[in-house]
Write a protein that binds this ligand. Structure first.
Ligand code: ZN
Length: 449
């Protein structure tokens, strides 16, 4: 059960706790028989547009509207998310029978903001949080949960009743043209559908937009593990134009009118390139069938951002642009954590990874025995645990101290990787296996532990 902390403004809590449905949280139940997609869902998608509001220790969701998208391109075999990835999770229950019929883990920019010192000061903020699922045939109950700070286990925040048969479910599609870059014609329900959304490209920059998108699609498809799955991946570009060129750069006083409102200087960090406007991003992305969103920002400034099952954002013309694309996609698609620990971030690092709590990311751990380490089965018998930070272990999977912005107490699987240093290093065996779990989940193959 969720408990408001002393950070929460008392009047706000009183108003929201009094709202109907707040106390009606229930435990998740396991389905009795294998779920069949057609029994529960139509071929379209449902976008549930929420606002996420709160501060550290207090979170709440407000329903804005429901939107029907023309096609559900996501998982149809694994309706209940088998990965366990994400800080948040939403579960969907059939309202009549209370059966769990769909779930998905995810992270958000709001969830990251909660780890900043601004949130620790008690400031209350809100950000758009549109969730997506296959269109249910009948009314459902949506239950959103967040990981508990002290245990890492999911705790319910709130339940909302959703009626997909209501007269006011919106059905307006974006008018942007879509350019197929790879894998057009593959069945969308058995394919990882990647949508590239450009930001800060004007109509006069259309040829640059197309050239950039083709270049970066080739980079992604040429890199392990994606190069091994080219027949299961489709890449499409939504030709969304911006009125002005480039993203926002608030510390330079530069604010531009762009398609999905990307910005540098997020949480005070100059290189943190994100968008707060997830509503515009989901709307724009819906021009194409998609499982994961990559935002390509027309800028030569260094920066990026990747949030699991939310978005991966990179700059088109920075010295490290190809590295940033792959690193951020490691976060946004593969649920990987940062393995570095020496650079400053905008976070309160003790809030991001709480001491003594096992990180949920597949490439970070606090465990120190082969049996307990998530990737223990990939560590060779003659590799010492913990593994010394020495060149002789450059190619080994092991247990290397330092990761998740902390030099001590958190461990990473390889001495170096794309999640650690700038440059075109490989992801490494553990990170590639984590990414392949998501690929297998989305295309309906068996998902390894
Ligand atoms: Zn990172």
């Amino acid at each position: 059960m969720f408990k408001p902390s002393s950070f929460a403004p008392a009047a706000l809590i009183a108003a929201l706790v009094a709202a109907p449905g707040f106390a009606q949280e229930k435990q998740g139940s396991q389905p009795k028989a294998p779920l069949r997609y057609q029994d529960w869902f139509k071929d379209t998608a449902l976008r549930i547009e929420l606002d996420h509001i709160g501060t550290r220790g207090f979170e709440k969701f407000a329903l804005k509207r429901l939107v029907e998208e023309p096609i559900w391109p996501g998982a149809r075999v694994h309706l209940v998310d088998p990965t366990g990835y994400g800080k948040y999770r939403f579960q969907v229950f059939d309202k009549a029978g209370k059966e769990l019929i769909y779930s998905r883990g995810y992270c958000t920019l709001f969830g990251e903001w909660l780890t900043t010192r601004e949130a620790a000061s008690g400031m209350v903020r809100s950000m758009p949080e549109p969730l997506r699922m296959p269109m249910p045939r009948a009314p459902v109950t949506l239950e959103i949960a967040v990981r508990d700070d002290k245990t890492g286990d999911f705790q319910p925040i709130q339940s909302l009743d959703i009626d997909p048969t209501a007269y006011n479910v919106h059905r307006h599609a974006p008018a942007w043209e879509v350019e197929a870059l790879h894998g057009e014609g593959l069945p969308v329900d058995r394919t990882v559908d990647i949508v590239i959304v450009p930001d800060g490209y004007t109509r006069a920059e259309e040829q640059k937009m197309l050239a950039d998108a083709r270049r970066f699609a080739a980079v992604l498809l040429g890199h392990a593990p994606f190069d091994r799955h080219k027949e299961e991946i489709a890449v499409r570009l939504v030709k969304a134009f911006s009125e002005e060129s480039g993203p926002d750069e608030p510390r330079k006083g530069l604010f531009r009118d762009t398609a999905v409102h990307t910005t540098f200087d997020t949480f005070g960090s100059p290189r943190y390139l994100t968008t707060y406007d997830m509503e515009a991003l989901r709307h724009t992305s819906a021009a194409a069938p998609y499982d994961t969103i990559i935002v390509m920002v027309n800028t030569n400034r260094y920066g990026g951002g990747g949030i699991y099952n939310w978005y991966s954002i990179f700059p088109s013309d920075s010295e490290y642009d190809e590295y940033v694309l792959l690193h951020e996609f490691g976060h946004g698609f593969g649920a990987l954590g940062d393995e570095y620990f020496a650079s400053a971030t905008g976070y309160d690092e003790d809030a991001f990874y709480v001491t003594g709590v096992e990180p949920w990311e597949p490439n970070l751990t606090i465990k120190k025995t082969r049996e307990e380490i998530k990737w223990g089965h990939l560590i060779a018998a003659d590799t010492p645990i913990p593994t010394p930070d020495e060149p002789e272990f450059d190619d080994a999977v092991g247990l290397f101290e330092g990761g998740g912005y902390k030099a001590k107490g958190i461990y990473r699987p390889t001495r170096d990787s794309k999640m650690f240093h700038k440059g075109m290093l490989p992801f490494g065996p553990v990170n590639e296996a984590a990414i392949e779990r998501v690929i297998h989940y989305l295309v309906g193959k068996e998902v390894a532990r």
